[in-house]
Design a protein around this ligand. Sequence first.
Ligand code: SF4
Ligand code: SF4
Length: 74
Amino acid sequence: MAKIRGTVVIDTNRCKGCDLCVVACPTDVLVLGNEVNSKGYNYAQQVKPDECIGCANCGYVCPDGCITVYKVKI
Ligand code: SF4
Ligand code: SF4
């Protein structure tokens, strides 16, 4: 049976650094990095992209719709 993996694309320039996606991720893929975007917010980044299962929690909780989730069969 094919396994599903996920990957996310974060619109870092629109991120407000609220941390909701970081908390919502069950596999700790995301963190708020040290770098800031053009608005001065520490934006979300993937630190463990291989751990993404494509659950889409991060995309649902982001209040600004900054995260797009893709699912891929492997
Ligand atoms: S899709 Fe799920 S596993 Fe992947 S980064 Fe978002 S919350 Fe984490
Ligand atoms: S939930 Fe959205 S706005 Fe908040 S840190 Fe994550 S990507 Fe940024």
